[in-house]
Design a binder for this molecule. Structure first.
Ligand SMILES: *[C@@H]1O[C@H](CO)[C@@H](O)[C@H](O)[C@H]1NC(C)=O
Ligand SMILES: *[C@@H]1O[C@H](CO)[C@@H](O)[C@H](O)[C@H]1NC(C)=O
Ligand SMILES: *[C@@H]1O[C@H](CO)[C@@H](O)[C@H](O)[C@H]1NC(C)=O
Ligand SMILES: *[C@@H]1O[C@H](CO)[C@@H](O)[C@H](O)[C@H]1NC(C)=O
Ligand SMILES: *[C@@H]1O[C@H](CO)[C@@H](O)[C@H](O)[C@H]1NC(C)=O
Length: 784
């Protein structure tokens, strides 16, 4: 099946007034509709089958699909991804849905996706050097023992050994960079610190027009990319911080202009170019909340990783936890992509404007804890994400000179470049480029941390370890990873949910070191997190945590391995029972391997599981959906048998009658059926189908058939089904066109929408959430 992500301009993004119209006060468990993905109208990404000549495929696409024209946006000509994005131009009378059908039918076309709008990352800057003479900025007293983000992650210990990521090329996908900043080398190009890169989008790009690329990634209007770059490679400066990979060279691939927002195809093009230009590591503090690894950007980055280039991407920031569990960003959610969570800096960089003195004070409240904004995993198929964390809360770095030159900001955006730097240090120290080995080392040696309760007014740390879906394995420990000589074949375990439970896992531990090692094994649980409100269908925006734990039995519980020797450990699990399964509790924790002699830090094997059934969680808020009309923003519910007067299709002009005057039950021309779909959990498949209702008109239509979901229908409407959807909502306006290109005859119909439950069996009608609309009539009127 080709990707079902074919969407027409039928999508509008306006839900304001919905709950107002309902006259309903919102309660905790009846939240406002969360999120509406925006798309660029008429813009699509097409992936070609392998082996296609991209140039030739693009130039023949318009002719072979018989559309009026295609204006190219981006071209992806890489061994990893062949394709292009374009804006579609239609001939008079042609229809977007039809054109997409024709694309999909071409043998060279593998996938079609609409072009998503991606908001521009905003730096949450707590202070800058703005307006201050640089001479006033004094060297700060670097906290006891060194520069805190480097101390927290053991980067300082690698620096002491002279490991700096020397000559590794780190490609950054971001907003651009002020390379005139002396602390970032002051120049761009060969021989400079910012050695390579490009501007993929050009000035003023907001996604609505094709890009206007050039070779210069300079930017001084946003500052995000400049902050990210400083974390990797800032030189010595008056404020006393410096990059974590000071020996590395930087490439900047600018995918945002100074206008607000960019698009998924621009980010993909920037990432492909970073790969094609020979980056040794690619890092992106960019993405969109998703929860599904089946997203075009995530697929692309997974392929880059599979081709041997480690990629670090930010897990995402949900300030105040607006999305809850299962919301980790794409592409960090992709297989093999290193997804980076955030921890709070142990010191707060501060600045006294009176004395012009920068210093740092110990962060007694939240220092060292998991950042409250870091986005939660796991993935909808219950794989562990994010992978591992780094300091991202309260990080001092460079800003464009025009924005004050220095500033403190927070986000997984700040944690991610530190992780990319650590990957470079590890590559240098261990002489490896294997992304899977690097991730295994970082995960295995991470230090599990604690969350703090952000709802008590003052942050109060929990005494128990924070959930794996929030932090991943824990805070990265670069030195321990660099010197680890024990290999474990599994990086982490997923015990799945109660219906697909894995009760026992066996892992193999091998001593690759030169001396024998002895371990005592232990289990340390993390706090269990609730996905949805009790006896409700709605996700908790910030998961409730509890001290209900899985029982883990480890056999053996002690282990001695001679050099080269390996042994197996059996891990058997019983999910926590003292929980409310209706909240879909996600339990997690770590198996610890503590060295009994010797000073090496413990090794950890994180695990995750659901103490409930994924399939039991409702995915579609069917009870809060109704059919409405496109011309009324109050979204009235329609009386049964309301009649729509739609323009007659070109194929059947004889259906067109004279318009009737609008009445209570006959809507005016220009009012179309509008159906909102609201997902409260991710769904891998959503359908909107049409069912003919008797008595219908006398024009014999095609016959209805069993749709496999328990109903007899005419089939799918234009541009459906959709696949791999995150929590959120969207509107679909229907004009009578079906997915197979036919038009429904005048008559009486109802809409039936279906969303497949997570882990649902698509052949079992009971696993689909279903919404059935009121009946409505379609009467066609003469068009023009
Ligand atoms: C910005 O950071 C401050 C702390 O510096 C925090 O209190 C605030 O919630 C953050 N806001 C956003 C939107 O990130
Ligand atoms: C859990 O089980 C479901 C259903 O069989 C499967 O689709 C999913 O991949 C499993 N998850 C993991 C991490 O194995
Ligand atoms: C293993 O190490 C962890 C972390 O230091 C510690 O909390 C735990 O008590 C240790 N377990 C045993 C059995 O030594
Ligand atoms: C899931 O739902 C089924 C059917 O309602 C029920 O029998 C089962 O106990 C539920 N399982 C869990 C873990 O909630
Ligand atoms: C609409 O009316 C038909 C019969 O006229 C009935 O079968 C159907 O259930 C009604 N639908 C609703 C939503 O009331």
């Amino acid at each position: 099946m080709k990707s079902a992500w074919a969407i027409s301009t039928a999508i509008i993004a306006n839900l304001a007034g919905l709950d107002f119209a309902l006259g309903k006060k919102l309660s905790q468990d009846e939240p406002q509709q969360p999120y509406q993905q925006q798309y660029i109208p008429g813009a699509y990404i097409v992936e070609f089958e392998d082996g296609q000549d991209v140039g030739a495929a693009i130039s023949s696409l318009a002719r072979r699909s018989n559309v009026a024209g295609l204006t190219q946006r981006f071209q992806f000509d890489s061994t990893l991804f062949k394709g292009a994005s374009f804006n579609l131009e239609l001939s008079p009378g042609d229809r977007e849905g039809d054109a997409l059908q024709r694309f999909g039918a071409l043998p060279e076309v593998k996938n079609i996706w609409p072009v998503e709008v991606v908001p521009t990352p905003k730096l949450n800057i707590s202070w800058t050097g703005e307006g201050l003479a640089t001479s006033l900025l004094q060297r700060r007293q670097v906290g006891a023992g060194g520069y805190s983000p480097h101390v927290m992650t053991q980067v300082d210990k690698l620096h002491e050994e002279g490991v700096t990521g020397k000559n590794f090329r780190i490609g950054i996908v971001d907003t651009g960079i002020d390379y005139t900043h002396p602390v970032l080398g002051g120049c761009f190009g060969p021989g400079c610190l910012v050695e390579f890169g490009a501007d993929l989008v050009g000035e003023g790009y907001d996604g609505s027009q094709p890009p206007n690329p050039d070779d210069d990634p300079f930017e001084n209007c946003n500052g995000h990319g400049t902050h990210v770059a400083g974390i990797i490679a800032a030189l010595e400066n008056p404020l006393g911080f410096f990059g974590a990979a000071p020996g590395a060279k930087i490439g900047m691939y600018r995918a945002f202009s100074c206008a607000d927002g960019t698009t998924m195809d621009a980010l993909m093009a920037a990432t492909v170019k970073a790969f094609e230009d020979g980056s040794d590591i690619i890092t992106g503090s960019v993405g969109q909340s998703s929860g599904w690894a089946d997203h075009p950007f995530a697929h692309l980055v997974s392929r880059i990783v599979a081709a041997g280039v480690p990629c670090t991407f930010a897990a995402g920031n949900e300030i105040g936890g607006t999305e809850g569990l299962f919301s980790v960003s794409s592409p960090s959610v992709g297989d093999g992509v290193l997804s980076v969570s955030s921890f709070e800096n142990t010191y707060m960089p501060t600045y006294d404007p009176n004395t012009g003195k920068a210093s740092e004070v110990i962060n007694t409240q939240t220092g060292g804890y998991i950042s409250s904004f870091t986005s939660w995993g796991p993935t909808f198929d219950l794989k562990v994400k994010p992978d591992v964390g780094a300091p991202g809360g309260n990080i001092l770095s460079t800003l464009p000179l025009a924005m004050g030159a220095y500033g403190v900001a927070s986000g997984t955006s700040m944690a991610c470049p530190l992780m990319a730097s650590i990957v470079a240090l590890l590559m240098e120290k261990r002489g490896t480029r294997d992304p899977a080995l690097i991730t295994r080392l970082l995960v295995r040696t991470a230090k599990p941390g604690h969350a703090f309760d952000i709802w008590t007014g003052r942050p109060i740390p929990y005494s128990q370890l924070g959930p794996v879906p929030q932090q991943g394995a824990g805070l990265v420990q670069a030195y321990d990873a660099a010197v680890s000589t024990v290999e474990i074949d599994a990086m982490r375990l997923s015990f799945n949910d109660t219906e697909n439970a894995l009760r026992e896992a066996v892992v193999t531990v091998r001593n690759d070191g030169k001396t024998s090692v002895s371990y005592v094994l232990d289990h340390l649980p993390a706090m269990t997190a609730e996905t949805i409100w009790s006896k409700s269908i709605y996700k908790q925006s910030s998961p409730t945590l509890s001290e209900s734990y899985a029982k883990i039995v480890l056999t053996p519980n002690e282990l001695t391995l001679q050099p080269g020797e390996e042994a197996q450990i059996s891990v058997s699990v019983t999910a926590p029972v003292d929980v409310d399964v209706s909240t879909l509790p996600i339990y997690s924790g770590w198996i610890f391997l503590n060295e009994t002699a010797g000073a090496a830090a413990p090794l950890v094997l994180p695990y995750v599981g659901a103490a409930g059934a994924m399939k039991n969680a409702t995915v579609m808020a069917s009870s809060r959906l109704w059919l409405t009309r496109s011309d009324n923003w109050l979204r009235p519910m329609l009386a049964n048998d309301t009649i729509f007067q739609l323009p007659a299709p070109e194929s059947n002009p004889e259906w067109g009658k004279e318009p009737l005057e609008a009445t209570g039950s006959v809507l005016p021309v220009g009012a179309y059926p509008l159906q909102n779909i609201w997902l409260v959990m991710g769904s891998s498949e959503v359908h909107i189908q049409i069912q003919r209702v008797k008595p219908s008109c006398s024009i014999p239509g095609p016959s209805q058939s069993d749709n496999g979901f328990g109903d007899v229908t005419l089939g799918e409407i234009d541009a459906y089904p959709w696949t791999f959807l995150r929590v959120g909502s969207w509107d679909t306006i229907w004009d009578g066109l079906m997915a197979d290109g036919s038009w429904v005859a005048p008559g009486r119909y109802r809409i039936i929408a279906y969303a497949l439950r997570t882990f649902g069996d698509r052949h079992n009608p009971g696993d689909w959430d279903k919404f059935v609309s009121t009946d409505f009539g379609i009467r066609y009127v003469k068009s023009g």
